[in-house]
Design a protein around this ligand. Structure first.
Ligand code: KG4
Ligand code: ZN
Length: 351
C-alpha cells in the first residue's frame, strides 16, 4: 500500500510517499524560514500564500522521487489540523482535489497524531509508549496506548517549548528559527552564569510552564548595560540549561505516572522540532536510563514537520478502519488528540 502525505499546518510545506512496509519512498520538505525571517516569527498570511505557491510542485516532486504516479497511490492523507488555518485549508483542499481527480480515498490526519506515531516508521517501537511532543506550537506528555488511543498526562499552561526558544532567540537578537540559533550560541556559553528559575520543578503532575523562565531571561538581558557576544552566549546557555532541567523534572513525573499504568519496559519517545536539541536529548537520555526506560529519538528529519509522518499516521488509521473522510471535512484550527484533554488538567494528576 502506498500513501501520499501532505503537510502544511505551519511554516513547512511538505509531501511524501510512504509504503506500508515502513519505507519512505520520498520526503520533500520546503522550509519557509526565509519568508518569515524578517518578522522574527511565522506570519500566518505569508505562510498560507507560500503553501499555495509551492505545494503542487512539491507533490509532483514527491511522486517523481518515489518513482510512482498518482494512479499507483492508494490513499491521500493531508493534515486536517490543528494549525494555522490558512495553510491547513491549502493542504486539505489540495488533498481533496487530488483524491477527487484520481478516485482515491482521502483522509484528514491530525498533525499531532502524525508526530505521535512518526517514531513507528522505524521498526521495533510497539505500543504503549510515553511521548514527549515538543514543538513550536505544542508541549505535551502523552501516553500512547495504540492508534487513536492517546491520554494526555500533562501539557504546557502557557508557552510551547519551541515558542520559548523562539522568543528568547528574538530577545537576544539571535534570529529565526530560534531553537537552532539558541543551541548554537549556548555551545560557547557558561550555563551556570545566570541563575534562572525552573518553573513547575518539584510540583506534582507533569504540566509545563515556560513564561516565567522567558521573563527571567528578559530581565537578565535588559539588566546588562551593553551586552557582549559572551553575555549573549552565557544567557542562551543558562536558558537552555534551565529549560532542560524543568523539562526533565516534568518527564520524570510523567514516567512515574506512565509506569504505574503500564508496568514493564518503557519507551520514552521524542517528537517535534525541539527534540532536535542535543542538550535536551542528553538530559532525557540520562533520566530514561535512571528510570529503566529507553529513549527513542527519531532522526531529526522525522522530528520536525514533514509529510512522511502524515502519510504514516494516515496509513495506521486506514489499517484500523478503512473509511475515507468525506469531501465535506472542514479544516480544524484546533483539534486535541485526546478528546478528554480539557477535562484532564495534568496539574491535578498525582505523580
Ligand atoms: O515540529 P516543528 O518543526 O514545527 C511545529 O511547531 O509543529 O517545531 C519547530 C520548533 C521551533 O520553535 C524551533 O525553534 C524548534 O522547534 N527547534 C528547536 C531546535 N530545532 C528546532 N528548539 C531547540 N533546539 C533545536 N535544536
Ligand atoms: Zn509539528
Amino acid at each position: 500500500m502506498l500513501v501520499l502525505g501532505i503537510e502544511s499546518s505551519c511554516d513547512e510545506t511538505a509531501a511524501a510517499v510512504v509504503s506500508d512496509d515502513r519505507r519512505i519512498l520520498s520526503d520533500c520538505v520546503l522550509s519557509q524560514w526565509e519568508e518569515h525571517r524578517a518578522f522574527g516569527g511565522v506570519v500566518p498570511e505569508i505562510a498560507a500564500r507560500a503553501h499555495l505557491d509551492h505545494l503542487d510542485h512539491l507533490i509532483e516532486e514527491a511522486l517523481r522521487r518515489a518513482d510512482v504516479t498518482l494512479n499507483q497511490i492508494d490513499l491521500i492523507a493531508a493534515t486536517g489540523g490543528p494549525g494555522l488555518i490558512g495553510g491547513v485549508i491549502v493542504g486539505v483542499t489540495t488533498g481533496k482535489a487530488l483524491a477527487l481527480a484520481s478516485g482515491k480515498p482521502f483522509l484528514a490526519v491530525n498533525h499531532l497524531e502524525g508526530h505521535a506515531l512518526s517514531a513507528r516508521l522505524a521498526p521495533g517501537l510497539d505500543f504503549p509508549y510515553l511521548l514527549l511532543l515538543v514543538s513550536g506550537g505544542h508541549c505535551q506528555l502523552l501516553a500512547v496506548a495504540g492508534v487513536g488511543r492517546y491520554e494526555r498526562l500533562g501539557a504546557t499552561i502557557d508557552d510551547a517549548a519551541g515558542e520559548a526558544f523562539d522568543k528568547v532567540a528574538k530577545l537576544l537578537g539571535l534570529g529565526y528559527p530560534g531553537g537552532p540559533a539558541v543551541e548554537k550560541a549556548a555551545k560557547q556559553g557558561d550555563a551556570g552564569r545566570f541563575a534562572l528559575p525552573r518553573p513547575m520543578q518539584g510540583r506534582p503532575g507533569c504540566d509545563f510552564s515556560f513564561s516565567g523562565l522567558k521573563n527571567a531571561v528578559r530581565l537578565a538581558w535588559t539588566a546588562l548595560p551593553s551586552p557582549s557576544d559572551q553575555d549573549r552566549a552565557d544567557l542562551a546557555a543558562s536558558f537552555q540549561g534551565a529549560l532542560a532541567d524543568t523539562m526533565a523534572d516534568r518527564v520524570k513525573h510523567g514516567l512515574a505516572l506512565f509506569q504505574q499504568r503500564f508496568p514493564g519496559p518503557t519507551s520514552l519517545v521524542l517528537a517535534g522540532g525541539v527534540a532536535a536539541n542535543q542538550a535536551l536529548r542528553q538530559r532525557l537520555s540520562l533520566l530514561a536510563a535512571r528510570h529503566t526506560a529507553t529513549l527513542v529519538a527519531p532522526p531529526l528529519a522525522l522530528c520536525t514537520d514533514n509529510g512522511a509522518m502524515i502519510a504514516w499516521a494516515g496509513l495506521e488509521r486506514w489499517r484500523l478502519r478503512p473509511v475515507a473522510d468525506g469531501f465535506d471535512f472542514a479544516p480544524r484550527p484546533r483539534w486535541p488528540l485526546d478528546p478528554d484533554a480539557v477535562k484532564l488538567p495534568g496539574a491535578g494528576v498525582k505523580a
